[in-house]
Ligand binder design. Structure first.
Ligand code: NAP
Length: 498
């Protein structure tokens, strides 16, 4: 069966309103992504970009801010005057404190004042604190801008726990239909993550092996070498479990573990991901104590340079927030019975990498003499960032006489080399999907809430436990307890250059 409802091939003419138009996300990611797509001719004529901030800027003042951001955040080779001018003509500014009822007539006026395409799609991108999502949606409704032509985009974090996620979803859902709501997890816009689905389901060789019979375990690592820097105030209310595991790592786990949908459609992929989240073995307090490790970075060396500890960056040492998590999860279904999924993420680690490793079982019988300890189990490494690509680790015979001397080798697929082009930033793909009305790569309400449902017992146990996060030196792979977590099962973390 083929896809009955293919998404429109082209973005529709739209008014793309960014609440938080002067923020880090807007200037560093959203406007560069719109610029790069416009440069490729992908933004329809008459598409407008409206930045909403509280600053007293006119259109030209805001355009100068956007031009500056493009110069800062777009690679020099991709900047040209003609494309910059084309984008800037589309850009408008509205001064609006979203909490002030009287301010909204500016935005209302601009949205109504459309010389052509008065039926244009209206995208409202909420690049502001989640506490503003509900008030913004209510006001959009009151000014008549939240009709069937409108779409709303929400950034993570959707909530702080299950109850707050439900409250945000209720507030936004009381104005917009679920089909109009696009919850971004930018990991899903990465080429290598989408390619995981293609590798699994557009080829035949992996699928027969992709189950408990042949897969020994799965590792998912998202490591950052940066610390929290000046974002400590925000981060200290979140921590690694909320900031990374609840969304990015669980989404990656879903794509590894999901069943093949009948076709890649608006709901089918999300239906399958939801089933995985619902199949995660719930964690009781004992399980949390045994199967999770949390850590917090101290001082250390990163790239040979001394760096401050989390407490120093935060300005005090009273916090119990974790900057590192490792955990062992299980997907309780027929395909994955008994296969552990080890997840770990942290800040100030020894490298910046995001990688999924599927480790296969050993051959059932060692028929080559002297091969014990020389061979390694096959493993498939999916490198999400940096240097997107894939490596399949195999065992091969070393050339030459001397009998069967076995050696691990790898088949490498580097995206940059294989396709001779750089991968677009995840936001480029995702913003185009919003403009096309294609929600496949966005998180549905039930997915977000299922993820919180699984995470919440860990949060609860940590909040009541007398233990504090374990200290690890900045520039390392985390607390030693994270190594113990996997080694007690007779396995080891696979580092990305192994
Ligand atoms: P930020 O740099 O602090 O920017 C916040 C923006 O919100 C500013 O443009 C600010 O405008 C605007 N704003 C605040 N209160 C407002 C109000 N009452 N009325 C109108 N505008 C208001 O924050 P950010 O880093 O861009 O992050 C925005 C959201 O995205 C946050 O929820 C964050 O967690 C999430 N997020 C960010 C990133 C990232 O890479 N930065 C990644 C993922 C998710 P003025 O102060 O100029 O008025």
């Amino acid at each position: 069966m083929s896809a009955p409802h293919p998404a429109p091939a082209h973005p529709e003419v739209c008014d793309f309103t960014v609440f938080g138009g002067s923020g880090d996300l807007a200037l560093r990611k959203l406007l560069p992504a719109l610029y790069l797509r416009d440069r490729e001719g992908h933004l329809p004529d008459d598409t407008r970009i409206i930045g909403v901030t509280r600053s007293d800027l006119d259109d030209d003042g805001y355009r100068a801010l956007v031009a500056d951001a493009l110069t800062t955040y777009v690679a020099p080779g991709l900047l040209d005057d003609e494309s910059i001018s084309r984008l800037l003509v589309r850009v408008h500014h509205v001064r609006l404190d979203v909490l002030d009822h009287d301010d909204w007539h500016h935005l209302h006026g601009l949205l109504k004042d459309r010389p052509r395409h008065d039926d244009a799609v209206r995208v409202f991108y909420l690049a502001v604190a989640p506490g503003l999502f509900g008030p913004i949606c209510r006001r959009l409704d009151e000014i008549g801008a939240a009709d069937a032509n409108a779409r709303v985009v929400m950034e993570k974090p959707v909530g702080h726990d299950l109850a707050s996620a439900q409250a945000i979803n209720d507030a936004v859902g009381s104005v917009f239909e679920e089909s109009q709501i696009f919850r971004i997890d930018h990991y899903l816009g990465k080429e290598s993550v989408q390619n995981l689905l293609v590798t699994r389901f557009a080829n035949t060789f992996l699928e027969p092996l992709w189950n408990f019979r042949w897969v020994d375990h799965v590792q998912i690592t998202v490591a950052e070498s940066l610390g929290v820097g000046e974002r400590g105030g925000y981060y200290d209310h979140a921590g690694a479990l909320r900031d990374m595991v609840q969304n990015h790592l669980l989404q990656l786990l879903c794509l590894v573990a999901m069943e093949p949908p009948t076709y890649v459609g608006r709901e089918t992929v999300r239906d399958e991901k939801l089933k995985v989240l619902q199949a995660l073995r719930p964690m009781a307090a004992d399980d949390v104590d045994r199967d999770t490790v949390r850590g917090r970075y101290g001082v250390g060396l990163v790239d040979g340079q001394p760096v401050a500890s989390y407490a120093e960056e935060l300005g005090h040492d009273d916090s119990t927030t974790e900057t590192f998590v490792a955990l062992r999860a299980e997907v309780q279904n027929w395909r994955w019975a008994g296969v552990p999924f080890y997840l770990r993420t942290g800040k100030r680690m020894d490298r910046r990498t995001s990688e999924i490793v599927v480790v296969f079982k050993e051959p059932p019988h060692a028929m080559f003499p002297h091969s014990e300890g020389v061979t390694q189990p096959n493993s498939l490494h999916i490198q999400v960032q940096p240097d997107e690509g894939m490596r399949l680790h195999l065992t091969a015979k070393e050339p030459g006489p001397g009998g069967y001397r076995l050696r691990p080798v790898s088949l490498d697929l580097s995206y940059a080399t294989a396709f001779d082009q750089a991968s677009p930033d995840a936001y480029e793909r995702l913003l185009m999907d919003v403009m096309k009305g294609n929600p496949t790569l966005f998180m549905r309400r039930d997915e977000v809430e299922a993820a919180w449902t699984w995470i919440e017992p860990i949060l609860t146990r940590w909040a009541t436990s007398p233990d504090r996060p374990l200290r690890y030196a900045a520039g390392t792979s985390g607390p030693t307890a994270a190594a113990t977590l996997i080694e007690r099962d007779g396995r080891t973390w696979q580092e990305s250059d192994q």
